[in-house]
Design a binder for this molecule. Structure first.
Ligand SMILES: [Zn+2]
Length: 74
């Protein structure tokens, strides 16, 4: 039996930012989605089993999905 191991970036959170952000990628202005993410070793590239590194805070453009580092995150 072959077990495939890969890494996968898991994200969670759907809180909106309090201020309007500008997305340089798609020129969209909106309240971005505040998210947290962590890279994990994943079984079959789907099931996260071992967390790697630390939790990262970022905000995501709701229009195009581009991610940016959140300077206001604790
Ligand atoms: Zn965008």
């Amino acid at each position: 039996m072959i077990i495939l191991l890969g890494t996968r970036f898991i994200t969670w959170g759907s809180e909106r930012t309090a201020t309007i952000w500008h997305c340089p990628n798609c020129e969209h202005d909106d309240r971005f989605v505040r998210k947290r993410g962590r890279r994990c070793v994943a079984l079959f590239f789907l099931l996260p089993i071992i967390p790697l590194g630390r939790v990262e805070n970022f905000t995501q453009c709701p229009n195009c999905g581009a991610r940016y580092v959140d300077p206001d995150a604790a």
